[in-house]
Design a binder for this molecule. Structure first.
Ligand SMILES: NC(=O)c1ccc[n+]([C@@H]2O[C@H](COP(=O)([O-])OP(=O)(O)OC[C@H]3O[C@@H](n4cnc5c(N)ncnc54)[C@H](OP(=O)(O)O)[C@@H]3O)[C@@H](O)[C@H]2O)c1
Length: 331
């Protein structure tokens, strides 16, 4: 048996309730993992609320965690009991103390990145890698706009784009988040709840606009993001923390020969080769100091609802993680 958050109906944070679940033995190609830290991502909010109907109910949410292998099924060469691994998955099940996992998802973690830090940055770092290297390859001299620049993905994205030689303009919801965005490598940070960010971007870029906008805010920023692009610019909509984007009429793009993409990390990491290449890029970026982060604020697994409330309130001062069972938490 294991402890897990079982979602039985879509709704608010109160729908995240702890329960006992059967785990069972790993089958062919599977590992059993005792999880030590679980990442919280904005995706989890969409799944809980029902904006994404991608988890069959009742079901265990959560798309990343870190832990130790406690049993190996047949056909799992290369893995052994005691291995420390991390994973991301689009098939859910991470909000649990113990789980069975396909071995092809398991990533060995560098010693320098401890369990809590790994659960804080694995999915967010892979997303940043996808955005700056695969979706829109950042080159020196580019100008980039990153929304929610102090957020979990946002900070890593700003650090990486700046290290690749881009001039990064960030948006942030509060003064303290603006300071975090500047510390993450933004050359300029805009308080987008107080001022018109498009006007500020145009002022900063001398009327040219930016080469690429990375927009994980969605509904509230999408139109402005399009307006902030330079000619032939690229709007990458990779999330919708403020709500889903309205349908887009393609002819609107013609005014600037603009392009719009809507990438999802699980498509870029579906094959083991690319997954391992992207993970290696993230770990190398941490080793080189290109990326840096603190472990997220920890909540007991049973208090996942409280963590969701904080994430949705926009008041979190950094990423959040869950600690199963008897682990030490900060809350
Ligand atoms: N496509 C992919 O594969 C992929 C993978 C990972 C993450 N994502 C997306 O990346 C984005 C960031 O994810 P994250 O987990 O790192 O979260 P996060 O950025 O730490 O949190 C979301 C941030 O969005 C901003 N925001 C703006 N309007 C908001 C609203 N109405 N309600 C709540 N927040 C609002 C807030 O920052 P301010 O207060 O500064 O405005 C908030 O802190 C999300 O949209 C997520 O879905 C996409």
């Amino acid at each position: 048996m294991a402890e897990a958050i079982v979602l039985r109906a879509h709704g608010g944070p109160e729908t995240l309730r702890i329960d006992q679940v059967d785990v069972g033995e790993p089958g062919p190609g599977e590992l059993r993992i005792r999880q030590t830290a679980v990442g919280i991502n904005y995706h989890d909010v969409y799944v809980r609320s029902g904006l994404y109907q991608t988890l069959a109910l009742p079901g265990i949410p959560g798309i990343e965690a870190v832990g130790v292998v406690t049993a190996t099924g047949p056909e799992t060469a290369g893995f052994a009991v005691g291995d420390r691994i991390g994973y991301i998955t689009g098939k859910y099940g991470a909000y649990a103390s113990v789980r069975v996992l396909p071995a092809r998802l398991a990533l060995s973690l560098p010693e320098a990145i401890d369990d809590r830090l790994a659960a804080t940055v694995l999915l967010k770092g892979l997303t940043a890698a996808m955005l700056v290297r695969w979706v829109h390859r950042i080159e020196p001299g580019m100008t980039v706009l990153v929304h929610a620049a102090a957020g979990g993905v946002g900070r890593l994205l700003c650090q990486w784009a700046a290290a690749l030689g881009a001039t990064v303009i960030g948006t942030a919801g509060t003064e303290s988040k603006r300071d975090q965005a500047l510390a993450a490598g933004c050359a300029h940070a805009i308080l987008y709840r107080e001022v018109d960010f498009v006007a500020d971007v145009m002022r900063i870029t001398g009327g040219r606009g930016v080469d690429v906008v990375y927009d994980g805010v969605g509904k509230d920023t999408f139109d402005g993001s399009l307006a902030a692009l330079a000619t032939c610019g690229h709007l990458v909509n990779f999330g919708q923390a403020s709500g889903p984007v309205e349908p887009l009429a393609i002819p609107r793009l013609a005014a600037k020969s603009a392009s719009v993409t809507r990438p999802i990390i699980f498509h870029y990491t579906a094959e083991p080769g690319p997954l391992r290449d992207m993970a290696a890029a993230v770990f190398a970026a941490f080793a080189a100091g290109t990326l840096s982060a603190e472990a997220g604020q920890a909540f007991p697994l049973a208090e996942a609802g409280r963590a969701h409330t904080l994430l949705e309130s926009r008041a979190a001062t950094g990423p959040l993680i869950l600690i199963p069972e008897d682990g030490d938490d900060d809350a």
